[in-house]
Design a protein around this ligand. Structure first.
Ligand code: AHR
Length: 660
């Protein structure tokens, strides 16, 4: 379905249509339900996850203790000496110095006085979010020094220092052993701290000091925050892209994401500084590390949980070009390509294969059935093409079943984009990842972006996008209604072009209200709460009303791409037999709409209508008012094959009606 829609035509239609509005004439649409133009891929609307904004550590990874293994560059970051009642003691961080060991450091606490209490306190990630009545699971690796018999008294305290939970651990002997204990919190507190008190005299060694809530996602010990994953599951996403983002690339190649270091026992995963730690001078986050408690196994697992296709993105032998832009010499790319081959085996190989065995040992003998693999995040230049070709040669020869995702860099236009787009098309690329962080107006203007794309060329993955209310990466950007409304307008264009665009994901996903670096983000959290932005609800509306086939929805024989500020698209859901209309009114006026559905015998007499609206473009959702702008459902009477309804000012409306 191709349209030619000139600025002049837009102006004429705009003038006529606004005349219509003034005269209260309805905007008339025709849906051709028996003329599908494209199949909608099950992957169409998905998720982009990156550990940015304390999205993983301090966010969805439910560990409450920061720097649990003393491996941060500043080993006592997050920890303080604690004493009361005149107690004396010392804390020394020891380093075993074994080069290949992920977890080399531990803390030795020495108690020097017979009176009072001595120990260490952990501040958590901007405090610890604790819920009254919930169970908390504490664990520690510990050993006594000769002649010592120290008991550990574990205590959770609120911001005033009052006790809200406690338990006791009695480490025995001089060998490292893991000790666990559970207790129930007596109060809810967003800013709790954890005290580890020592009772008795002598010295004790401690490592991997950890505290998790019991009520993680699916109750998995050491797992993920259930409230945050539930928000994702509610979207019924088609895919989960992970682990980023620039994080894949690293500021330097040494700091790149290496999936093999993120699997196996949590204590043996090699942490690195998070690249967003110092990226933005205005949002420095020196205590931001990646412990990889949320690692590649967990990404695959959660993708499976929420019914999303896993889509890992691997380093292409290039560090972030916004930072060092280091590249691996072509003749040394073998290690990177091997990582990709091994990942395919880890995800899909039998439990008897080398990497499949590691997956099985982690509790998933069945393959994860990975179908997509991205090579590179936002790379550009010939250096990317040269490297991708090496990956492609090997991966396609050994795994033709895996669809490879390539990138056109960070921008949706310009010389670098043109070069990569042209080159990748000439190479018959399978799936091209495009990113757009642009002003809201860009999104409204680009609802026609894919109308002119080659129908027989590579498929498109709109892999990262978000309307920026101020400027790209500005700390003043807001997830306001104008951004979400504009994204909805744009998404009608993605949907209409579902023969070309087969995947789309908003980015970034999570942000901690006190630990973010980048805004806007789809879901905001603090230590106890999580809420969807208007952008989240727009994504969810599209994703949960995906349908199976695109059908034309026309205004005066043209696609609805901004005439009089209206955008619209329509799909059929072959499972439920429904026609689904999506209509976006970006103007400040009510616009009556009349939609005739052709090619069906009749429509049911009632339709389900879901509306998101606000008369304020700068309105937002907040932790205190989390559903300020969110979908509201109502029912609509339908006569014959006509769906007539007013489109509220600044609104997104989805209509579902059964057709026979
Ligand atoms: O989403 C935030 C960042 O934006 C991603 O890491 C990167 O891919 C893009 O530039």
């Amino acid at each position: 379905m191709k349209r030619k829609y000139s600025a002049f035509a837009a102006l004429v239609i705009g003038i006529i249509a606004s005349a219509n509005v003034t005269a209260q004439q309805p905007a008339s649409f025709v849906v051709k339900a028996n003329k599908p133009t494209a199949e909608i891929q099950p992957t169409m609307w998905g998720l982009f996850f990156e550990d940015i904004n304390m999205g993983a550590d301090g966010g969805v990874y439910a560990e409450l203790v920061k720097n649990r293994s003393f491996e941060f560059e500043t080993p006592m970051m997050g920890w303080k000496e604690a004493k009361k009642g005149g107690a004396e003691g010392s804390v020394l961080v020891h380093n075993l110095g074994e080069v290949d060991m992920a977890n080399r450091r531990f803390a030795r606490v020495k108690v020097k006085s017979a009176t009072g209490d001595y120990g260490i306190t952990n501040e958590g990630f901007r405090g610890m979010g604790i819920k009254q009545g919930n169970q908390y699971n504490f664990s520690v690796m510990a050993r006594q020094q000769p002649g010592s018999n120290i008991v550990l008294n574990i205590e959770l305290v609120n911001a005033k220092g009052e006790k809200i939970g406690e338990t006791t651990i009695k480490p025995q002997g001089q060998e490292w052993k893991k000790y666990t204990a559970s207790f129930t919190a007596t109060a809810t507190e967003p800013k709790a701290a954890l005290n580890v008190w020592t009772k008795g005299q002598g010295e004790i060694d401690m490592d991997m000091i950890s505290l998790f809530p019991k009520d993680t996602w699916k109750g998995r010990p050491g797992g993920l925050r259930a409230d945050m994953i539930q928000l994702l599951a509610d979207m019924k996403p088609g895919f989960l892209r992970f682990p980023g983002g620039c994080i894949v690339e690293g500021r330097t190649l040494d700091e790149r994401f290496q999936w093999k270091k993120t699997i196996g026992p949590a204590a043996e995963r090699d942490l690195i500084v998070n690249r967003w730690n110092t990226e933005f001078k205005h949002r420095l986050t020196p205590d931001y590390y990646q412990t990889f408690g949320l690692g590649f196994f967990e990404y695959f697992q959660v993708a499976e949980d929420i019914g999303a296709e896993p889509l890992p993105i691997l380093n292409a032998g290039m560090a972030c070009q916004f930072n060092t832009g280091e590249v691996v010499p072509l003749d040394q790319l073998g290690e990177y390509i091997q990582d990709a081959l091994d990942l395919i085996e880890f995800a899909n190989g039998p439990a008897t294969s080398e990497w499949g065995k590691k997956r099985a040992e982690m509790g998933h003998p069945e393959p994860f059935n990975m179908k997509y693999l991205g090579v590179g995040n936002e790379q550009w230049g010939e250096q990317y093409i040269e490297r991708f070709k090496e990956f492609e040669k090997v991966l396609k020869a050994k795994h033709p079943e895996i669809t490879l995702v390539t990138t056109t860099g960070p921008f949706p236009e310009g010389a670098e984009f043109e070069y990569l787009d042209k080159t990748l098309r000439a190479m018959d690329a399978e799936l091209i990842d495009e990113h757009y962080y642009r002003p809201p107006q860009w999104f409204r203007d680009n609802a026609t972006r894919y109308d002119s794309y080659d129908r027989n060329g590579p498929k498109i993955f709109a892999g990262e996008y978000a309307a920026q209310s101020v400027a790209i990466a500005s700390p003043d950007n807001k997830n306001n209604w104008e951004t979400a409304l504009s994204e909805a307008a744009f998404m009608t264009g993605l949907e209409r072009n579902a023969d070309v665009v087969v995947m789309a994901s908003y980015a970034p996903l999570f942000a901690h209200a006190e630990g973010w670096q980048w805004t806007p983000d789809m879901i905001w959290v603090d230590n106890l709460r999580a809420h969807g932005t208007p952008n989240y609800y727009v994504q969810k509306l599209f994703s949960t009303n995906k349908g199976s086939q695109v059908v034309p929805m026309l205004h005066q024989n043209e696609a609805v791409t901004g005439q009089n500020g209206l955008y619209a698209s329509a799909v059929k859901d072959n499972e439920t037999g429904e026609i689904i209309l999506k209509m976006v009114n970006t103007t400040d006026k009510v616009q009556n709409s009349e939609t005739v559905v052709e090619g069906v015998k009749k429509l049911a007499s009632k339709a389900k209508v879901t509306v998101m609206k606000s008369d304020k473009l700068d309105a937002v959702n907040t932790l205190e008012n989390p559903i300020n702008i969110s979908p509201v459902e109502q029912s609509l009477n339908v006569k014959g094959n006509k769906v007539n309804l007013p489109l509220a000012p600044y609104s997104v409306t989805v209509v579902r009606v059964k057709a026979s």
